[in-house]
Design a protein around this ligand. Sequence first.
Ligand code: G6P
Length: 612
Amino acid sequence: MCGIVGYTGERQAAVILLEGLSKLEYRGYDSAGVAVRDNDGKIEVVKAKGRLSVLEEKTNGGQALSGTCGIGHTRWATHGEPSEGNAHPHHSDDLSVVAVHNGIIENYQELKDKLIRKGYQFYSETDTEIAVKLIDYYYKKYLGTPVDAINHAMVRIRGSYALAVMFEEYPGEIYAARKDSPMILGVGEGECYLASDVPAILKYTRNVYYIGNMEIGRLGKGQVTFYNLDGDQVEKEATEIQWDAEAAEKAGYEHFMMKEIHEQPKAVSDTLRSVLRDGRIDLSDVGLTEEDIKEISRIYIVACGSAYHVGVAAQYVIEDLAKIPVRVELASEFRYRRPLLDPSGLVIVISQSGETADSLAALREAKEKGIKTLGIVNVVGSSIAREADNVFYTLAGPEIAVATTKAYSTQLIACYALAIQFAKVRGEIDDEDYTGLITELETLPDKIGKIIEDKERIQWFASKQAAAKDIFFIGRGIDYAITLEGSLKMKEISYIHSEAYAAGELKHGTISLIEDGTLVIGVLTQQDLYEKTVSNMVECKSRGAYLMGLTTYGNYSIEDTADFVVYVPKTDVHFSVSLAVIPLQLMAYYVSLAKGLDVDKPRNLAKSVTVE
Ligand code: G6P
């Protein structure tokens, strides 16, 4: 996690660095810092514990720091508590080498012992300080270039890193090095940028380079040069980012999350249109041929967090439509489980950022075993997008709020498109069903829009739940997948304990937690399971629960059982997650708002989890 930025050019660096960090705060927000080379060539470091606003105040929005070259960091603590001392940038004692880092240095203890033997002392508890001092050590030992020194350090360091380093003897230059942590380099007229993610530099440039693993970039004024581990120059092509700068702004909404909830109809429609040609699904951009599809023996879906919940829903949909066995697994488990994979299987890795450490490791595990891989990814050029054999890009645009909404919705669309196309190519559905399903898919953006329009009712109900201690979400089949996401949304931004339960499992333990007034939310979009879930809700009510029902228009008998009901439009059963999740996103948002919490940046969380 953590966000890093860098700038070198003609403008006041600190102002640009702070602006960039404000777009990366979702990656970590327990402390922040910048290092800027002032006009006399001296490197000045300013850090502050707490949110970025504290650093902004301390530097008068960056105005207090002169100089046109600098690096910055917003932290999510791994080694060492959040404090000013542990905040980045870190530096050698004589300030000749200064750096910011995103990632984890696994062999930090061994390196620290070595450096202590060489006479180094340490002022922080971070692994980053060790990386900086290791670079400093090689720089002074071999008296070579910064590239040589960083190369030596890269060979010794185990773990992951995106590093931005300034050397006192090289004014106007920033050196970037990367292994398994995200970083992009941007180029403008006479200036260069560096950032963990695109939104940080979108306001200034759309021309970016993706730096590869174990590569070094040297940023000068308007030019980037790349080197490999041998120190040889590497040629690279710049890519133009399609996202527009406004997409990373709040556009009048109080929070990014609410803006992103409202962007769902468009994101869903854009993603769908990207694979629709003349009323049919065309996966040629994804790179899957009919032959490939016919050969798939089974599917393994691997992901983390909400993306995993998409996988749970997709498992039902793909198995039911395409009749291909699907197993869905958490990436953190998959990677160490030594999974037995069928050689003709397909591993689908779902990830908004394309950088989640466990998902990336799972992808590599599958590739190593020679299994075909497909990434469903939102961030163009991210590690998973680059390493997967095939990529289905979701077109959600930049997602800033830590709690995902629009990326989740677009991932569902990608899975539906795959399921329908797989079903058709493998002869599991006829032409009529095929067209019917696609036509129904096309109605989803409007239906989602209608649900969002009705948000005041949910706000009213949510505001009454602010004092809740526990909330339980129950459902069966696809409705269970919906509850998983509803419960996660609720707990991550409202800090209310919540659990999702397959309704049939309740009686195996969880029901003992139901007390007078405990809120139980039953999700009932699957007609064939409706009565079964109602029965489970009634069982909760008999033990004092307060019931909310979430179902489709027409199922009005739920009002006999539930105390509060939310209806969503009818759709094909396979697509009901796309609609039913919306009220649950809104509900989590409004509960968090009613509690006065930081909706976009919930405590202890980061949007992109680039460490294990
Ligand atoms: C974090 C985010 C979630 C996301 C998960 C996986 O926990 O807060 O919203 O679902 O990471 O991230 P990915 O980028 O791989 O989809």
